[in-house]
Design a protein around this ligand. Structure first.
Ligand code: HAM
Length: 428
């Protein structure tokens, strides 16, 4: 019992202050990138009606059958912590005025997702995604917009050796042909498949292609591929996507088995993989979902999107020793030289903050030496020392912790002095 009070639930993480700085950095890069590409942010609830995920992600997917955190609330409604972002954004697009606003709607989001999966490095029960969705266009240029944004994100962060895997799984015209061929193929090997896949065979044989069981993966390697079943319009769409990728010099690999683990996909599917982080090598994935909005009861509205797994990106950056920017310093730490200065030091703290500087002080009545140590730990750039002697002369001592230089200034001139003497651009 006590253990439950002091340990976090399995598959979740505390993001501690030092690490939060890295999170803020990659989130900032993602936000800036989305804005540069003309996307605007949307925030949806972390839980939705369970039915939304059953309808969109698919009844026989691993996510819906095994991985959802579903609960009944006090009003007897079945709710689910979102296992992914696309379904909720599509729901919001339909429910709000977005579907009658300017089209295509280009939306992005950042936030926690929840899947009851077996935790291991890179796989958690609460994890974080950054995602983008475009609603209202079936133009292959929109596929490029999303794929290029994904690649640009990893590039801006400085990731190395990632691969873009690409496939097309067709549309409602040609998918039945693929399903039939897959059914026929897997029926001949039915008894060798895992029990789950024997069931999947009846509902959606495409799901067998992303089964994690090694013996099923081996069988699936010989299965008919989706590209050979595409209708002429899906072929034209895929060719256009490949043509644009070549024109933009974005390298890709065709992966004919890439169906992805969610049922809403049509046509283009893609995943970004890295070798450096072990089994959980997919650092992002996405695709087209031209029938999703209609499946939720809306007008036929094509769409395409992508989501990146932020934990996996951080893992990769750590493995590849990718540099992170140095965290910003605290501008000023106020040091109280003696008790007589305590009230004045507090006032000075707020005065300095009101000048637009970041500032902090000691709250434990530490000795002068201990305050100086604490200021260094807090990465302060300057300390301002104030004691009865300084008070009586109406000055403070300003010390630059990086050079050790110290001089006396009037409190009103602290900001000016920092700017003038040290030519720092930390003061805005
Ligand atoms: P997904 O492939 O299920 O797609 O997830 C996207 C990314 O989230 C994965 O590539 C992976 O990096 C990360 N991820 C997934 N599960 C976990 C986990 N248990 N622990 C840590 N990271 C994980 C989607 O979610 C789609 N909604 C993407 C999309 C957007 N498609 C169209 N629009």
């Amino acid at each position: 019992m006590l253990n439950m009070l002091t340990t976090r639930p399995r598959g979740t993480n505390d993001i501690l202050p030092d690490e939060v700085l890295r999170w803020q950095y990659i989130e900032d890069v993602f936000r800036q990138l989305c804005q540069d590409y003309g996307f605007t942010e949307i925030r949806t609830p972390v839980f939705e009606h369970t039915e939304l995920f059953i309808r969109s992600v698919g009844e026989v997917t691993d996510i819906v059958t095994k991985e959802m955190y579903t609960f009944t609330d006090r009003g007897e409604r079945s709710l689910t912590l979102r296992p992914e972002g696309t379904a909720a954004v599509a729901r919001a697009y339909l429910e709000s005025g977005l579907k009658s606003g300017p089209q295509p709607a280009k939306l992005y989001y950042l936030g926690p997702m929840f899947r009851y999966d077996r935790p291991q490095a890179g796989r958690y029960r609460q994890f974080h995604q950054g995602g983008v969705e475009i609603f209202g266009t079936n133009n292959p240029e929109a596929d490029i917009e999303v794929i290029a944004l994904a690649v640009d994100f990893y590039r801006r962060l400085g990731l190395q050796n990632f691969e873009l895997h690409l496939n097309s799984i067709g549309c409602k015209v040609c998918r039945p042909v693929l399903k039939e061929k897959l059914s026929f193929f897997f029926k001949t090997r039915q008894k060798e498949l895992c029990l789950n896949c024997q069931e999947r065979l009846a509902y959606n044989p495409l799901r067998i292609l992303d089964c994690k069981e090694p013996q099923d993966q081996e069988i699936a390697r010989g299965a008919p591929d989706s590209l050979s079943c595409l209708c002429p319009s899906c072929v034209a769409h895929f060719d256009a996507v490949l043509g644009y990728l070549k024109a933009l010099k974005i390298p890709y690999l065709i992966d004919k088995q890439l169906v992805r683990g969610l049922d809403y996909y049509t046509r283009t599917t893609f995943e970004i993989m890295v070798a450096d982080i072990g089994a959980q090598s997919s650092i992002g994935g996405g695709g087209r979902y031209d029938d999703l909005v209609a499946a939720l009861g809306g007008p036929p509205t094509p769409g395409i999107g992508f989501a990146v797994g932020l934990e996996r990106v951080l893992l990769t950056m750590n493995k590849q020793n990718t540099p992170f920017p140095t965290p910003k310093n605290l501008d000023v730490f106020i040091v109280e030289a003696d008790e007589e200065a305590s009230g004045a030091a507090l006032e000075l703290l707020f005065f300095v903050r009101a000048q637009g500087l970041s500032a902090d002080k000691d709250f434990l009545g530490r000795s002068l030496k201990a305050q100086m140590k604490y200021a260094a730990k807090k990465r302060a750039r300057f300390v301002v020392i104030l004691g009865k002697e300084e008070l009586s002369r109406q000055i403070v001592s300003l010390k630059d912790l990086s050079s050790g230089e110290q001089r006396e200034v009037s409190p009103a001139k602290i900001k000016e002095e920092i700017r003038r003497r040290y030519r720092q651009d930390i003061v805005t």
